[in-house]
Design a protein around this ligand. Sequence first.
Ligand SMILES: Cc1cc2nc3c(=O)[nH]c(=O)nc-3n(C[C@H](O)[C@H](O)[C@H](O)COP(=O)(O)OP(=O)(O)OC[C@H]3O[C@@H](n4cnc5c(N)ncnc54)[C@H](O)[C@@H]3O)c2cc1C
Ligand code: SF4
Length: 399
Amino acid sequence: MTFEIKHRDAMGRIGILNINGKKIETPTIMPVIHPNPKKQIVSMDLIKKLADVIITNSYITYRTKHLREIAEEKGIHKLIGFDKVIVTDSGSFQLGVYGEVDVEPLEIIEFQEKIGVDVGTILDIPTPPDVDRDRAESELEETLKRAKASIEIKNAQNGGVVTAILANAFDEGLIDGAIVMVDDKWTLEPESYLALSKEDVLKSAGSKYLWKGPILKALKTAVMEKKLRKLAVVGTPCVINAIYQILSSDNDLLKPFREAIRLKIALFCFETYDYSKMIKKLSEDGIEPWEVKKMDIEAGKLKITLINGNTVEYKLKDVEFAMRNGCKVCGDFTGLTSDISVGNVGTEKGYSTVLIRNKWGEGFFKRAVYNGYITYDENVDLDAVKKLAELKRKRVKED
Ligand SMILES: Cc1cc2nc3c(=O)[nH]c(=O)nc-3n(C[C@H](O)[C@H](O)[C@H](O)COP(=O)(O)OP(=O)(O)OC[C@H]3O[C@@H](n4cnc5c(N)ncnc54)[C@H](O)[C@@H]3O)c2cc1C
Ligand code: SF4
């Protein structure tokens, strides 16, 4: 979002707000629109002429089955019939009026993301003006916590399942550390990272497709220096297989690692890219590392989403030169030796496909479900997962 100032007078400024490539000239009006087109009194044709931005309610949309289905399938802009900027409220008003709402703070954030709102809102606590200081302070503290968590879960790659499992595990003391991956948002340089809290896990969400340096560096720190004994490890299938080998070994030197690792989560993986080669390619194509918001592999393409909302797509064969050599001889797509495998193929946008492989995986997953961190259904296209797994195996044979 940017704000280009056109004129100033004393403390006043007028200008142009640019949100997701859509412009709003200030001052402006922001009509309140009912998400159900049948309940919208003023015609949308008139609204479109008058306004560059409207506000509607994501909680009502979420709670009304047919509105939710349309919004999830076609997006909020199609539901409302307005292609300019849409701001959504989150259910805080209903929380203030009725005292409770039937949605979790992060659930409504994820829903707003999923239906493509331009500006979403957190489920803040609507503190009445006449309450005592203690209550006001504690409610503000809760609102700040939610705001922070909401910003960070936005980084989740797909349905945020990996982050949710780990966040719940920290909440419940099931783990005292998690080996994940972070990257430097300026250089995109990835780094093995020891998360020591739920907040650390939220910060580390999102897939890192670039590979540089020792991938399990943080595991040594966790076990040998910090003496942690309840660890989760997240990694690509090759990394999880290395962990599996450690757990299966009877080498005495590896005993502290064997005793410390509780959970192995594999991320589906078709390939990763050498950091330097990919950064060079992006730079040749005029893309600076800090402009990259997210990378995905989807439908045979590497899709790069930029912070300005634009996307750049490469056919996988066009970036094959940057693929790590090890990936060319790797036939494991889902992480066969993990406790839980998670990927995007097989489910729609905004969801994760989860394969639970054993009772440890089931325990961690089900406790996160029980505590409201995850909702799930069985509606997964397993054939799509099998197809990619087969494709990857075939690639090895052909090489
Ligand atoms: C290199 C790579 C290639 C992938 N290719 C595919 C694919 O072809 N098809 C497919 O369906 N899915 C693929 N995935 C998986 C997909 O991108 C998501 O990671 C997965 O769906 C989990 O999403 P989520 O929203 O639940 O994860 P989030 O809640 O965002 O959590 C992801 C967690 O994984 C950690 N992490 C991210 N990258 C790495 C990494 N490289 N090594 C170790 N930990 C990491 C993060 O720190 C975070 O804790 C790939 C992932 C990676 C990293
Ligand atoms: S393709 Fe295989 S070797 Fe390459 S990162 Fe993925 S799991 Fe590891």
